[in-house]
Design a protein around this ligand. Structure first.
Ligand code: GTP
Ligand code: MG
Ligand code: ZN
Length: 338
């Protein structure tokens, strides 16, 4: 039997199945041993259903169509990045981070700007449109408080499994409550007076079915994702406007200060705030490059301290595998052959 995980609470995985509705499941040891990540949105194989048909075990995870690592959710059809135009104030760098994260995972985001009742700054709204629409992102404005923009949101969400992500306090859960027409009452909380930021009200990811063909995933707000997991030259792939026909003089150009750089020569290619974010992400990726380079050339030390005693260190390559590890490897091979 198969189903989809819609919520995870500590060791319990809540799976929606066609035949038995919602089941509370645990993981089979075999999955735990593989230290496989099992996440919300995963389709899973389940077995050993209890007599009351309420509990079962997850025995395997089916291949994913796609996934995001932050927040951890699989098998979505689109990402809605929610920002607020005020309280908390719009942070272009954070927004560019979420966009780039989605691009990294091959998920095209749409951009929702909420809390429009708090400002009549038309200049800001025009600025947002002028930056993001020409580079292919759908932009829409909402007010969960005044129930504005909901028809458009409904249209965007229809026939999709959409993840709502963005900083804490921007109104993700409020928007989902509104869309459910009062059916859902997900907890929401005012932002902090002191920090002017959200207070991390939502603590877990959960899929909610809004109507027959529309599902949304509410997620906890976060804001400290860093691009310290890819190489500096890969960052430009996360910025669609940088994929230009014109080629820079050097094939490995990072578009920072190189001579003959087409991006630097044509400031119209990329908006200033977007470029600033690009430079920042490249700097973060440089830290990763340094780490990789350092680890790659690291030489082994010849001795190590063990309980205060200096021991000769056996090289990883020369060290014989323990009997336990050998047995584990054999059983792993066996599993793979099944
Ligand atoms: N003025 C105004 N307030 C809003 C709007 N949408 C949400 N809020 C308020 O903003 C606060 C935060 O909303 P939440 O829905 O909890 O925000 P969230 O994005 O889910 O936050 P986390 O769960 O912490 O990630 C609540 O007090 C909401 O009532 C809006 O459109 N206008
Ligand atoms: Mg929330
Ligand atoms: Zn260049």
């Amino acid at each position: 039997m198969q189903g989809q995980i819609f919520k995870i609470f500590s060791d319990f995985y809540y799976v929606k199945t066609e035949d038995f509705g919602i089941l509370e499941c645990k993981l089979r040891e075999i999955i735990k041993k593989r230290s496989e990540d099992v996440i919300v949105g995963d389709y899973v194989e389940i077995e050993s259903l209890t007599a009351d048909k309420k509990q079962a075990f997850i025995s395997s995870v089916l291949p994913r169509k796609n996934f995001l690592t932050r927040p951890k959710v699989a098998n979505i059809t689109q990402a809605v990045i929610v920002s607020s135009v005020k309280n908390p104030d719009l942070d272009f760098e954070q927004l560019n981070r979420y966009i780039a994260l989605c691009e990294y995972h091959g998920i095209k985001p749409v951009l929702c700007f909420n809390k429009n009742d708090l400002t009549d700054d038309e200049k800001l709204r025009n600025k947002i449109k002028n930056i993001y629409e020409p580079i292919g992102y759908t932009v829409f404005f909402t007010s969960a408080l005044l129930k504005q923009g909901t028809e458009f949101v409904e249209k965007i969400l229809k026939n999709n499994v959409s993840i709502l992500c963005g900083a804490s306090g921007v109104g993700k859960s409020s928007l989902i409550n509104l869309l459910s027409n009062g059916k859902l009452q997900i907890e929401t909380r005012a932002i902090s007076d002191k920090t002017k930021r959200g207070v991390h009200t939502t603590r877990h990811c959960e899929i909610y079915q809004i109507s027959e063909n529309t599902s949304v995933v509410d997620t906890p707000g976060f804001s400290n994702a860093k691009f310290n997991f890819l190489m500096p030259y890969e960052v430009q792939n996360l910025f669609p406007e940088m994929r230009t026909e014109e080629k820079c003089k050097f094939a490995d150009c990072l578009h920072l200060h190189e001579q003959g750089c087409k991006i630097l020569e044509n400031p119209d290619i990329i908006d200033e705030t977007r470029y600033k974010s690009y430079v920042k992400f490249v700097e973060e990726a440089k830290e990763y490059k340094q780490k990789v380079t350092y680890n790659g050339t690291k030489t082994e030390t010849l001795s190590k301290m063990n309980k205060g005693v200096q021991m000769t260190k056996i090289s990883e390559r020369k060290r014989a595998l323990s009997r336990r590890v050998i047995n584990q490897n054999i059983s792993k091979d066996g599993e793979n052959n099944v």
